[in-house]
Design a protein around this ligand. Structure first.
Ligand code: SF4
Length: 879
């Protein structure tokens, strides 16, 4: 497969032209032709712009695709899209090479080499669709009769093509709970912290009004979610309006940090202590929104020495009523105390706020400075600027409504949350936002779909034995409501270890490169060797190379999708994707594949029933039992049911937009907690105390549970393990949450450096972008993917710019090229995680660079199941 990038471009353009006039260049699968393949109509004189939605990453920008005589010539941003307003990043513009890619899978493949390893040639044999479908259907039929939970359906980017609802419906109809998405490699810990605190997830800063913005590890100027809205809006606010200050707190001078007013290079993993110290300064200076804390949060509930709320006989938590000098239920109290300690029946009780206040005031300045690596005077100044800009007590009138005005926000993404203590780190961020009352205030942090009855607002059921292969919501990860992507392979290797009551036997992978996108890759490979697997994909990535059968999928420029979209604070929209070309004349897209498999395996009607339930369809606009649907028919139903508009509107415009009004923007979420008769947000997450008790109970009865925790957190002593679990399930964030296992357990001298990973503008995780010639041409470091090392540190180690170095952790070592920079802390090294591919089907140019996930240690966040990407400690030395 030797091919240079320049040859690739020439060849790709050739394919584009040839494929469009009937695929003369590549011999067509005759069977596909017999199965009435569907070509995209075009006129030989056409030059058209077709509206659609991008999915080269998960921002879903609106696009207009220029097709000339059946060939895609350019992709532009759609100015009608309220999200990206015509802007596109390089990935979006280079998207046609995802489709015109000679490394695409063009027909079903079956492996003949039984040795499964992504580095080894599977010796693929081409088979017909008929043969492929029948083999898969037979396997599924048998499994469904014997052991339905033995099937796992893995997806990640796939969720954004045919959507979660179809995939979940397929699993439900089949009878397996095992659908596993990828959020724990991304932002799950942040989501779970939100759910523990206010019962929803999907926060956004109210950037149109924010005046002081602290960004803790959201790399929105490259490839983060909401990137194209955030970078545009933030630069307008900083540069054009000159009305906002942005402080970026992260160890590396990222693109976001480059654009900030101030960059604070914090030590990796120590954000929680930075935030607790900010809280200390805000409390000391009186920058506290008492009304918000009293009206919206449980900061006023009285807490006993058992860490639980004091309750009346009906179970209502009690507050201290200053007027009547007694403990009363919240709704009966007349003058609620926020900062109080009282004796009741000889027992001591403090308000949750008092407990937090005493804790943060006990943190020593020097200690904070030593842990975070940030001068205390800097944290103090930032807290003061934040507090001052919060304008506590002020209101603003917008569209005739008087609203709370707190134009400050602390925001985060993967940088802060991809950690063993990710949930607790972000709980600290939420608490600081609460202290100044910025949640759902104008200019603050906007909440999304707050639900006081969300299951994460309550003690977890802590399932045991676990029901799912990813152990989500079991005793191992009690609040993992976003699946646990890194776990299934480990469970496949040793199901008994986790008490799984059935045998995992088969996987279907859809548009996910699971083995590469988690940590300790070799363990993932070993696990996936144990199961029969089917992979629906566009290229033979590392996970596809381990499959038993591979089915080719259409790309986002070749199929119909009812696309997910990104809301902004003032707009939402619904959108579709439509086929622009069919470069390899593929007969089926992924949704059609699922329908075929379900029909042949005998559960089509159940599948259709579940689809209707997942999409909440009824009446005339629904899927009919017994009927097969192609992707166009499916999208038409969803569009018409979702928008009430004719499908022609979607074809012509690609999307339909809606303005979000003031009520929806500010008064629909936090207000569910405001005042008497309403539940309260969890400033203090008491549910974690009850959950910890359940975890202890299960662990005491099941030796294997204890053993798993001991292995994960490297703790041999049971007493020490319990102390550690107390810390993990603390109802308030603690300084100990800045010390994940590698930071506590590694010898400082042997592993002196912190390793962090990050996203690049020109790649999307471990997706197909390594094969995209345009992105490789324009990325200055596509061939190198440098190991970023601080200049002074490198000099001390005798490492020069562009020297080859080893980066070694407890679990392995990788080789890379050093890039000396002042843009990183002296104690930290950084490697982007999109490179160093090793699929045996990939050309050499796609294999360049270093893959840090090979050496990232796995110590998952027990609360959310998030992978610990930013906790590993390493040594570096010249090769
Ligand atoms: S940000 Fe993502 S969706 Fe938008 S243009 Fe870039 S790759 Fe496409």
């Amino acid at each position: 497969m030797g091919i240079t990038r320049r040859e690739f471009i020439k060849k790709s353009l050739g394919i584009a032209a040839v494929a469009a006039i009937g695929d003369l260049f590549f011999d067509i699968d005759k069977l596909s032709a017999q199965e009435s393949m569907k070509e995209i109509p075009f006129s030989p004189e056409e030059d058209v712009l077709i509206p659609s939605t991008d999915v080269m990453c998960v921002n879903f920008c609106g696009i207009r695709v220029r097709r000339v005589n059946g060939v895609i010539r350019a992709i532009y941003g759609n100015p009608e899209s309220p999200y990206n307003k015509g802007h596109l990043c390089p990935k979006g513009q280079a998207g046609m090479f995802h489709t015109y890619n000679p490394y695409r899978i063009k027909r079903p493949l079956k492996r003949t080499n039984p040795n499964k390893d992504p580095r080894e040639d599977p010796k693929w044999k081409e088979i017909s669709w008929e043969e492929a479908f029948n083999e898969i259907a037979e396997k599924l039929k048998d499994l469904r009769n014997r052991n339905p939970k033995g099937l796992t359906f893995h997806w990640s980017h796939g969720k954004y093509l045919i959507q979660d609802q179809f995939l979940k419906a397929f699993c439900k109809a089949f009878g397996t709970p095992n659908n596993v998405h990828r959020t724990t490699v991304c932002e799950a810990a942040r989501h779970v912290a939100d759910e523990l605190t206010w019962g929803g997830h999907g926060i956004l800063p109210d950037l149109d009004y924010t005046k002081y913005f602290i960004n803790m590890g959201s790399n929105f100027a490259e490839a983060e979610q909401w990137a194209r809205w955030m970078d545009r809006t933030i630069m307008k606010r900083i540069v054009d309006d000159r009305d906002m200050k942005m402080v970026v707190v992260e160890p590396r001078l990222s693109n976001a940090a480059c654009k900030a007013n101030e960059w604070i290079p914090i030590r990796p993993g120590k954000d929680v202590v930075f935030l607790l110290a900010m809280a200390k300064e805000l409390i000391k200076k009186g920058y506290i929104d008492k009304e918000f804390l009293i009206n919206y949060t449980d900061a006023v509930f009285l807490v006993g020495e058992d860490k639980k709320f004091l309750r009346d006989e009906k179970g209502n938590p009690l507050v201290w009523d200053e007027k009547n000098s007694k403990a009363l239920p919240y709704d009966s109290a007349e003058e609620i105390a926020l900062d109080k300690e009282v004796q009741i029946d000889g027992k001591k009780y403090k308000t949750a706020f008092r407990i937090f206040k005493e804790y943060v005031l006990s943190l020593k300045d020097k200690e904070v400075e030593d842990i975070t690596g940030v001068p205390y005077s800097t944290i103090k100044r930032i807290a003061e600027e934040f507090g001052k800009n919060a304008r506590i007590g002020e209101t603003i009138e917008i569209e005739g409504k008087k609203l709370r005005y707190r134009p400050v926000a602390i925001y985060t993404f993967r940088g802060l949350s991809a950690k063993e203590y990710g949930s607790q780190n972000w709980r600290a961020g939420l608490i600081v936002n609460m202290l100044v009352g910025s949640l759902d205030a104008v200019g603050g942090l906007l909440l999304n779909k707050a639900d006081p009855n969300h299951k994460n607002m309550k003690p977890s059921k802590c399932e045991y034995p676990p029901n799912r292969v990813d152990l989500a919501e079991s005793v191992f990860y009690p609040y993992a409501t976003h699946n646990v992507a890194e776990q299934p392979a480990l469970t496949y290797s040793e199901p008994e270890k986790y008490g799984l009551p059935y045998k995992p036997e088969m996987c279907i992978f859809y548009a996910t490169n699971r083995i590469m996108s988690t940590s300790e890759i070799e363990k993932q490979i070993e696990g996936f060797k144990k199961v029969y697997s089917v992979n629906i994909n566009v290229v033979l990535d590392e996970t596809a190379q381990m499959a038993d059968i591979v089915l080719p999928d259409k790309t986002y420029l070749e199929d119909w999708h009812y696309s997910p979209t990104r809301e902004t604070p003032d707009s939402s929209h619904k959108a579709i994707r439509q086929p622009i070309v069919n470069a390899y004349n593929l007969r089926y897209g992924a949704l059609e594949i699922l329908f075929e498999i379900a029909k042949r395996a005998g559960f089509l009607d159940e599948f259709i029933e579940e689809i209707n339930k997942e999409w909440k369809l009824g009446g005339e606009k629904k899927f009919e039992k017994g009927k097969m649907y192609n992707s166009e028919e499916a999208v038409k139903i969803l569009w018409e049911a979702g928008t009430g508009k004719p499908f022609d509107y979607a074809i012509k415009n690609g999307l339909i937009a809606k303005k979000i009004d003031v009520k929806e923007r500010y008064l629909s979420n936090a207000e569910k907690y405001n005042g008497k008769g309403k539940p309260k947000m969890h400033f203090y997450a008491e549910q974690l105390v009850f959950t910890k008790e359940k975890v202890f109970e299960i662990m005491d009865k099941n030796e294997n549970v204890k053993k798993v925790f001991m292995e994960w957190y490297e703790e041999n002593d049971e007493k020490e393990l319990k102390k550690l679990l107390e810390i993990k399930f603390s109802p308030l964030p603690l300084k100990e949450h800045a010390f994940p296992t590698p930071h506590r357990k590694r010898n400082e001298k042997e592993y002196p450096f912190y390793l962090i990973t990050y996203k690049r503008m020109y790649r999307n995780q471990t997706d197909t972008h390594a094969l995209n010639p345009i992105l490789n041409e324009i990325a200055h470091d596509a061939d190198t993917n440098y190991v970023l090392i601080n200049t002074k540190t490198a000099h001390k180690l005798g490492i020069k710019d562009e020297d080859w170095v080893y980066v070694e952790s407890k679990v392995g070592k990788v080789k890379g090229i050093a890039k000396l920079t002042e843009g990183i802390r002296p104690d930290t090294v950084a490697i982007s995680y999109h490179y160093g591919r090793f699929s045996s089907a990939f050309p050499d140019f796609a294999k360049k660079g270093t893959m840090p996930n090979l050496i990232i240690e796995l110590h998952p966040d027990i609360i959310s199941g998030h992978n610990s990407f930013n906790d590993t400690k390493v040594k570096i030395y010249k090769t």
